[in-house]
Write a protein that binds this ligand. Structure first.
Ligand code: FAD
Length: 288
């Protein structure tokens, strides 16, 4: 099923998982998947390495496993910067064989150790290419606090408009901890004539180093309330996890009250946290 059809009917609730390292036991991630599928999100997306040491074959296997479970639709992430057109064509034919119809089309981060292949420069190039190759549901990424390489928000939103004009059916946001940032961003996208659904990306804090790593990569700002939680509980992992769950629930309730199109939960492969959050907000996820 193509995900664009779900946005017309309800507020979408989705999860993101990542393939484990090559040395990890794949059965652990399959067990987590079963637990996540039991929470019946609208879809589960699977991250895909932008090249280098990542485990992209496993990403396809995980997406297939979700499809076979028959409960939840999979979406595969597809970063293009380090892949040639021929390599992307191979991935698309793999997706066809496996019956996977939903793609998050990405540029991928520039890795100084990997010279980019020059077939795709931006995610919008990949979107145009995918559209020439078949009828897929295509999502794009967006950045409530602007992409880290963009000069300013105006430039980034104008570039986002190009991505939507190329054929993105809906958007998923980078994580953020301050909902006001998201509301201001949403208003600007509307002014720019971007009228596809935007899911809000929510990452529950599970440990301090995870958040510090993510924030240094994407530049998300940390509200005072959030910093206090981290400082107060950083040496008590259980308390920090529970405070992280409570903070994420608080963010999601506010987003739902403000009519968000969807919530995309970065689960970090933690089904316990995903279940606590799903249980708390399940009755608020409305049918339209
Ligand atoms: P683009 O949309 O191409 O934008 C990149 C930069 O170029 C921006 O600064 C933009 O303003 C600018 N730009 C865009 N179009 C133009 C244009 N036509 N002219 C001039 N400038 C332009 N990475 C992975 O490797 N694997 C994953 O699985 C993965 N999953 C992700 C999931 C989500 C929800 C998000 C938000 C990000 C994910 N990423 C992933 C990270 C992503 O690859 C990086 O953020 C990357 O740096 C940008 O990707 P993009 O698709 O947004 O790029």
């Amino acid at each position: 099923m193509k995900l664009r059809n779900i946005f017309d009917k309800k507020t979408v609730f989705s999860f993101e998982v990542f393939p484990p390292k090559k040395t990890s036991n794949i059965n652990t991630v399959y067990r987590t998947l079963e637990e996540l599928e039991g929470l019946t999100p609208d879809f589960i997306s699977v991250t895909f390495s932008a090249g280098g040491s990542g485990n992209s074959a496993l990403a396809l296997d995980i997406a297939s496993k979700i499809k076979e479970g028959n409960k939840v639709e999979p979406m595969i992430h597809l970063p293009c910067i380090n892949y040639s057109k021929a390599e992307i064509e191979n991935v698309l034919s793999e997706l066809d064989t496996r019956g996977i119809e939903n793609i998050l089309a990405l540029r991928g981060d520039i890795n100084p150790d990997i010279p980019p292949k020059n077939d795709f420069k931006y995610a919008s190039d990949l979107i145009s290419f995918i559209k020439e190759h078949g009828d897929y549901d295509i999502a794009g990424a967006c950045y409530p606090e602007a992409h880290i390489e963009a000069t300013d928000m105006v430039e980034d939103i104008l570039n986002l408009k190009k991505k939507v004009d190329a054929g993105a059916d809906h958007l998923i946001s980078q994580l953020f901890f301050d909902n006001d940032m998201f509301y201001k961003f949403r208003e600007k996208t509307q002014l720019a004539g971007i009228n596809v659904p935007i899911e809000a990306g929510i990452m529950p804090i599970m440990n301090k180093s995870q958040i510090e790593r993510m924030v240094s990569m994407c530049g998300a700002s940390l509200p005072q309330k959030f910093v206090k939680v981290m400082q107060r509980f950083e040496h008590n992992p259980e308390a920090l996890r529970d405070a992280g769950i409570a903070y994420a629930i608080d963010q999601i309730v506010d987003l739902l009250a403000n009519g968000v199109d969807g919530i995309h939960l970065y689960t970090m492969n933690n089904s316990y946290v995903a279940k606590k959050i799903s249980d708390a907000v399940g009755s608020l996820i409305n049918k339209k």
